[in-house]
Design a protein. Structure first.
Length: 131
């Protein structure tokens, strides 16, 4: 389901159906978080950011680009990191090498949230396998 949401949102984005793409990307983002599947989460955020930009929602777009960028960095998605960096620079003139204090705090919070989400399932696996 997550890949279907991601791919459909991407297709809608590329076809210029930004409102529909934004909604599906947001649904994909929420599903990634709900099911703890974080591989497609940065991609859903990037699609959401791009659609928001083309709908004139640049504040929302900026936040989503920062979230996508730092999640890509956190989970080691180098190719997606470059795509996000280039897109954010092209559309909103965002320079991730010079983030604002607010965005540095966002990066820190995302890192803490991700570690918390990842540690819980791992500790449950250890408990389940230690008889």
């Amino acid at each position: 389901t997550l890949l279907v949401l991601y791919n459909y949102a991407r297709a809608l984005d590329l076809c210029g159906r930004y409102e529909d793409g934004m909604k599906l990307a947001k649904e994909g983002r929420d599903a990634c978080i709900q099911y703890g599947h974080y591989q497609t989460l940065p991609g859903c955020l990037e699609i959401y950011a791009e659609c928001c930009h083309f709908l004139g929602m640049d504040d929302e777009s900026t936040e989503a680009y920062y979230q996508a960028y730092y999640l890509c960095k956190l989970i080691g998605r180098k190719e997606d990191l470059e795509i996000t960096r280039n897109e954010a620079k092209k559309y909103l003139n965002i320079d991730f090498n010079r983030p604002s204090l607010h965005h540095l705090q966002l990066a820190d919070l995302l890192g803490q949230w991700f570690v918390t989400k990842m540690m819980k399932p791992m500790s449950m696996m250890v408990l389940q396998h230690s008889w």
